[in-house]
Write a protein that binds this ligand. Structure first.
Ligand SMILES: [Zn+2]
Length: 369
């Protein structure tokens, strides 16, 4: 009986995920960075449309989070790389081999050295792959035509299933691509890691969502030490954008929604970060967390912050729960003046509406002082 209920739940959850994919969607599989973080898997995004699923980058923890969505190796139709820094391809080896063993047909796409990487893996795991295939009376020749390798320079357009994909090169420390996905009237762009790139805005023109490198974002409880200057840094040595540069690219591209990802800390000061971004960009800003899905009406919806478009100075409050987890040291569910940090401490008296010396959730959700 328990077995039956378990399989029913699994079946239902898969159906729910499948049903939600009649619109092109992006699910953040990992919102983290090279720094290991149990709350943020390494960079990875799942693009889904109807029965097509494409994984873009495969950082640490990708497989664990795909499992939570009940996405199996046989469901994957594309394994794409923005670039080959380790934090973006750490879990490619197991994902590639398991997808190959699943018998599914899939495309591997990325900048150099994608072909070399695949060939090295095949060489090193030749015996292992042959052994696992033999258990089902198959040989490598049965699966070798099941995948293609497409090494790009940027500027190419191709399709996986009914999803149209366009690539462009962007500035980072090694060959890096940004991708645009179009299907059923929805468009989603993934910037990859980048410093300011003139190529991004044309690719992302009027896209519904631009998922972008969160470079320069401000950590909750910390002051913004790396204040964004109002100048684009042309020095190629910069690996990542600052908030001025990302807001400028989002503005130039006229994207409707900006999703920041690739965080090297857990809690983002959404107030302070949005304030910087809204100096240039007037659309909606989201802060990626693992398993968050876009468009926001699709499955796996999580709490996010919607800025007030009419008044850029009126930023929304960051999630109270996050504040509590960081500052409420005596766990009484409210924040005292001694517990408060950063901007909350500075604005404490204005926030504390009933002057009881504590900030409770009701006071916190009022508009900012
Ligand atoms: Zn990188």
């Amino acid at each position: 009986m328990t077995k039956y209920i378990t399989s029913l739940i699994i079946c239902l959850s898969f159906q729910l995920f499948s049903q939600a994919q009649s619109q092109l969607s992006a699910t953040i599989i990992g919102s983290g960075s090279p720094k290991y973080n149990v709350e943020r898997a390494g960079p990875s995004v799942l693009i889904s449309y109807e029965n097509t699923h494409i994984l873009i980058d495969m950082g640490n923890g990708t497989q664990a989070n795909l499992e939570k969505l009940n996405i199996k190796n046989k469901d994957l139709n594309g394994l794409l790389f923005t670039h080959h820094h380790l934090d973006h391809n750490e879990e490619f080896t197991p994902l590639f081999i398991k997808t190959l063993l699943s018998g599914n047909h899939f495309d591997i796409v990325g900048p150099k050295p994608t072909t070399d990487l695949v060939n090295t893996i095949l060489k090193n795991y030749e015996e292992d792959i042959a052994y696992r295939l033999s258990k089902k009376q198959r040989t490598f020749s049965d699966v070798e035509t099941h995948f293609t390798i497409n090494e790009l320079k940027g500027g190419e357009t191709f399709n996986i299933g009914d999803i149209k994909i366009t690539s462009t090169p962007v500035n980072h420390t090694i060959s890096t691509l940004a991708y645009r996905f179009d299907a059923g009237g929805t468009s989603i762009v993934i910037s990859g890691d980048l410093s300011y790139s003139e190529t991004l805005a044309p690719l992302a023109k009027q896209a519904d969502y631009l998922i972008i490198d969160s470079g320069g974002s401000i950590e909750l409880g910390k002051t913004n030490r790396r204040k964004a200057s109002n100048k684009i840094r042309t020095n190629k040595e910069f690996a990542h954008v600052n908030l001025y540069e990302s807001s400028l690219m989002a503005k130039e591209a006229e994207v409707k929604n900006l999703v920041l990802t690739h965080f090297n800390f857990t809690n983002v000061d959404e107030d302070a970060t949005s304030a910087e971004l809204h100096k240039n960009y007037s659309g909606t800003i989201f802060y990626a967390e693992d398993l968050m899905s876009f468009p926001k009406n699709s499955k796996n919806q999580k709490n996010t912050v919607k800025p007030n478009k009419a008044d850029n100075t009126n930023q929304q409050a960051p999630n109270f729960k996050k504040m509590l987890s960081r500052m409420d040291t005596n766990k009484d569910g409210k924040i005292s003046k001694t517990e408060a940090k950063g901007r909350l401490k500075e604005n404490f008296d204005k926030r504390d509406g009933n002057k009881d010396g504590f900030i409770a959730e009701t006071e916190f959700s009022r508009s900012n002082p």
